[in-house]
Design a protein around this ligand. Structure first.
Ligand code: ADP
Length: 273
């Protein structure tokens, strides 16, 4: 077929020769592309009506003295759910952008410790709100080659999860340690880690949490405003920048989310380092 792309799986035969199996992946890719475009378009189209619903409900709630108890309670529920749908459509749009590689990434050499400090600063509101204890561990000054804002989102998402799910039983607050250390072999990398001491993740879930919409405890995730897309977005964002992401966890002892980024081959002059 004109314009087809074939994936070739060749296997050698005993006694010589080979069998080649050709798969036409053009159609599969087209179908996937259409599905992803559809999701992105729907999410985009939902934004305007959702903004309108949220706006009107907020205005009504601003005049709560004129509302009956029932009306106030129903409107609050409508608002909560509209905001949840808002988060979902936003996450779906980010996901579609990241997956289609349309997200305009502008990687530059940037110090790993700066990334961690900026991420912690951007999460200070949530840290205070939840009375979480955030510690900054080992921090390398090596420069990685990455998009500052995209990595800030990844770190922010992992910190948010560590705060949300990282509260140990009977503890009054979550404790989170963020660090970035250099790894020399086999490749020069910086390994970022966000560790918590919370409920942990059972091994049967651990392999699946980076999938879209996968949540260990749906009710708990929903209650804390989760969409199940954060780790899938983080996974793609890190991968697009030449890194990998993984999670290690012990049930009831805590989790450690670790991602790597390549060290900048041509670091920029930096007075402080
Ligand atoms: P959500 O929006 O539900 O937080 P994520 O993609 O960020 O979605 O995470 C997927 C699921 O992985 C969460 O619903 C939760 O069950 C689990 N999870 C993520 N981070 C942690 C953590 N630090 N400790 C325990 N479970 C976690």
């Amino acid at each position: 077929l004109p314009g087809s792309i074939f994936e070739v799986n060749a296997s050698p035969m005993p006694g010589g020769g080979a069998v080649a199996v050709l798969h036409d992946i053009t159609r599969i890719e087209q179908v996937e592309r259409t599905q992803k475009d559809f999701v992105a378009n729907v999410s985009h189209e939902l934004r305007t009506p959702l903004t309108s619903i949220t706006g009107y409900v907020e205005t009504l709630l601003d005049h709560e003295e004129s509302l009956s108890e029932n009306a106030r309670s129903f409107l609050s529920t409508i608002l909560k759910n509209a905001l949840r749908m808002n988060r979902l459509t936003e996450d779906l749009l980010v996901m579609a952008r990241v997956e289609s590689a349309e997200q305009a990434l502008s990687p530059t050499p940037i110090r790993a410790d700066t990334l961690v400090r900026d991420a912690v600063l951007s999460m200070s509101g949530l840290i205070q709100e939840n009375e979480a204890v955030l510690e900054v561990g080992e921090l390398t000054r090596r420069q990685v080659f990455a998009d500052h804002d995209a990595i800030l989102q990844v770190l922010g998402n992992l910190i948010e999860n560590a705060i949300k799910y990282g509260q140990a039983r009977n503890a009054t607050h979550s404790r989170v340690i963020v660090s970035a250390r250099e790894i020399a072999a086999p490749f020069e990398l910086v390994e970022f880690s966000v560790r918590d001491f919370g409920q942990g993740i059972a091994s049967e879930h651990l392999t699946r949490i980076f999938e879209r919409f996968y949540r260990v405890d749906k009710a708990r995730s929903r209650e804390s405003g989760g969409t199940g897309l954060g780790l899938a977005i983080a996974h793609h964002t890190v991968q697009m920048q030449g890194g990998t992401i993984r999670a290690e966890s012990d049930l009831n002892a805590g989790s450690n989310f670790i991602f790597t980024l390549p060290v900048a081959q041509y670091p920029i002059a930096d007075e402080e380092s």
